[in-house]
Design a protein around this ligand. Structure first.
Ligand code: AMP
Length: 427
């Protein structure tokens, strides 16, 4: 089905064409006509499916007909998102798709000065993209005018609930007009999400793309079984030996992310980090350097990476196995975006095996085990800092006490011990 069959405004179609999209993704084909028809909607779709455009394109189409028709001033569209990164990315999308419309757009999130945001809101803006906490703050100071609001979007609603935003969301929604169209997007449909939809929506239509637990089908999933102390070496080895152009590495912990990055930098691999201990400007900088290709590797924690919309990620590496199976789906959704393909690599230690089995049950299939050809699995531990997953292990050991050996993996690492093949070290 071509985009022009969906009933979008000509200026929006032009922007879609300029973005290089040739046909709508399944979620876009399913939800755009429904949103244009004025329905409330629950969209269950994984990241990377094109869901931002799925809600933005029809909303902008409707907004295009309102602009200049003398309707009252004030904000018409409010998009709530869990993280600053996601808010910024939604803003980039809205600006791109709305580039031929005279739109004023404001983003509102914590961690940066309020003044510019307050000024933007007071100057009047048709679209606000916001994280709930800071928005509530500014609303309590009467900075926003939602009396003419027509569209509310809750993006990544499951993650907003996980992050404890429900009270803030409730307060925000209470001060919005009842007469509005409400769209809710979530990767999963839990009981909590269902009760949220009852609370905020009217007779919503449910659109579910793909099976709930089915990771994006364009992603090749691989498992590398590796003892915990060799994870740093294996990562450096793969980055050196394989064609991995744009790599997103997941760490469970913030300090773990920093450690992985330091280690890769020592190996001469340019690396950026993304986690909540970094300032907003550092995070935006990290994303910018990664997007532009200045750095090849971005190490991130789950929450910070949530909603990252970077085209062309060639590999996702689960350096630490995800805590929750849903996180796995989110993580690997960072590659293979829309119609592209990508690889998702998971490092699995002996301690992770139960979680791996649970994951395979959840996604309904086994994941191929792979060995890094030429990597010495029997080398002893480097004198490195502790592994980032250690704090989560019942008997988590810290790598610092291990004997000295090679700083990184490689075809002929120094300090290697006997034999080849895969041997898990006894704990
Ligand atoms: P999202 O799921 O909204 O995060 O979008 C994932 C990626 O797909 C983004 O990088 C979009 O730019 C891209 N995208 C969205 N719609 C399309 C489309 N119809 N064709 C190709 N790429 C698209």
């Amino acid at each position: 089905m071509p985009f022009r069959a969906l009933g979008l405004d000509a200026k929006i179609l032009q922007a879609v064409h300029e973005a290089g999209y040739t046909e709508p993704t399944p979620i876009q084909a399913a939800v755009i006509p429904r949103i244009l028809a004025g329905q409330d909607l629950i969209g269950i779709a994984q990241t990377g499916t094109g869901k931002t455009a799925a809600f933005t394109l029809p909303i902008l189409t409707k907004l295009a007909s309102l602009i200049g028709d003398g309707t009252r001033r004030g904000t018409k569209v409010l998009v709530l998102a869990p993280t600053r990164e996601l808010a910024v990315q939604i803003e980039e999308n809205v600006r791109a798709y709305g580039r031929h419309l005279p739109l004023r757009i404001a983003t509102v999130f914590g961690g940066v000065g309020e003044r510019p945001q307050i000024d933007a809101l007071r100057a009047g803006t048709q679209i606000i993209i916001a994280c709930p906490g800071r928005l509530l703050d500014l609303m309590s100071r009467r900075c926003a005018d939602f009396s003419g609001l027509q569209f509310l979007v809750l993006d990544e609603a499951d993650r907003m609930l996980d992050m404890g935003f429900l009270p803030a969301i409730r307060q925000v929604v209470q001060s919005l007009p009842q007469q509005r169209q409400t769209l809710l997007f979530s990767a999963t449909l839990s009981k909590e999400i269902e009760s949220l939809t009852h609370e905020f929506q009217r007779a919503p239509k449910l659109v579910q793309i793909g099976r709930r637990s089915n990771p994006a089908e364009t992603v090749t999933q691989l498992v590398y079984e590796v003892p915990k102390h060799l994870k740093p070496a294996l990562l450096a080895y793969l980055l050196r030996e394989q064609t991995m152009n744009m790599v997103l590495v997941f760490s469970r912990m913030k300090h773990g992310a920093d450690r992985i990055a330091r280690r890769l930098e020592q190996d001469g691999i340019k690396t950026a980090t993304l986690h909540s201990n970094r300032s907003q400007s550092q995070r935006l900088r990290a994303l910018k350097d990664f997007k532009s290709g200045d750095v090849r590797v971005l190490v991130a924690t789950d929450i910070a990476a949530r909603g990252i919309d970077v085209d062309g990620i060639s590999h996702v590496v689960n350096y630490d196995f995800p805590m929750h199976v849903e996180d796995y789906v989110h993580r690997i959704g960072r590659t293979g975006r829309a119609h592209a393909v990508g690889d998702a690599i998971s490092f699995v230690t002996p301690e992770d095996q139960d979680e791996l089995r649970a994951l395979e049950k959840f996604i309904g299939r086994g994941i191929v085990r792979k060995k890094a050809e030429g990597f010495n699995y029997s080398q002893s531990a480097p004198p490195s800092e502790p592994d980032s997953g250690a704090r989560h292990r019942p008997n988590g050991q810290r790598g610092g006490s291990r004997p000295k050996s090679a700083p990184s993996g490689g075809p002929k690492p120094r300090g290697s011990t006997s034999g080849g093949g895969r041997h898990f070290r006894p704990r």
